[in-house]
Design a protein around this ligand. Structure first.
Ligand code: HEM
Length: 113
C-alpha cells in the first residue's frame, strides 16, 4: 500500500518517506500493539471468569457468524477488559513536549524550549 500510494501530483513516496513510515509502524505501531495484546492475554487467561464472560458475551452481540470489524463496538465487556488492561499496564507512561513559544499552564509560566 505504501509503495502504491501517490500524492495529489501523482508522485510516489521517496525512499526516505517510505523508510520513515516503516519505522513509525515498527516502533509506534507494532511494539505498542504487541505489548498491549500480551498484557490483555495475561489478564484474561489469569482469571477464567473473565475469559468465560468474554466468550458468553460474544455470540449474543455478534450472532453465530464470523466476527467482523463492525462488531467490535458491540463487545462492551471485551472493550472494558482492553481499557482496564491499558489502565493497569500503560504502554507509554509519559509523553514529552518541547515548547516552541512561552505558555502559561495552570498558573505557571513556561519558557520556550
Ligand atoms: C495499543 C496500541 C498503541 C498505544 C498504547 C499507543 C500509544 C500512543 C501514545 C501514548 C502516543 C502519544 C500521544 C501524545 O503525544 O500525546 C502515541 C502517538 C502516536 N502513535 Fe500510537 N499507540 C498505539 C498504537 C499505534 C499504532 C498501531 C500506530 C501506527 C500504525 C501508532 C502511531 C502513532 C503515531 C504516528 C503517533 C504520533 C502522533 C503525533 O504526535 O503526531 N500508534 N501513541
Amino acid at each position: 500500500m505504501l509503495l502504491q500510494v501517490v500524492d495529489e501530483n501523482g508522485q510516489p513516496m521517496t525512499q526516505q518517506e517510505l523508510r520513515d513510515e516503516l519505522i513509525t509502524l515498527l516502533v509506534a505501531g507494532h511494539e505498542t500493539s504487541a505489548t498491549s495484546l500480551a498484557w490483555v492475554f495475561y489478564y484474561v487467561l489469569k482469571d477464567p471468569r473473565v475469559l468465560e464472560r468474554i466468550r458468553e458475551g460474544a455470540p449474543a452481540r455478534v450472532g453465530e457468524g464470523p466476527l467482523a470489524a463492525a462488531h467490535v463496538s458491540e463487545l462492551r465487556y471485551l472493550d472494558a477488559v482492553v481499557k482496564e488492561t491499558a489502565r493497569l499496564r500503560p504502554i507509554l507512561v509519559f509523553v514529552a513536549r518541547e515548547l516552541q513559544q512561552p505558555v502559561e499552564l495552570g498558573g505557571y509560566g513556561c519558557r520556550r524550549g
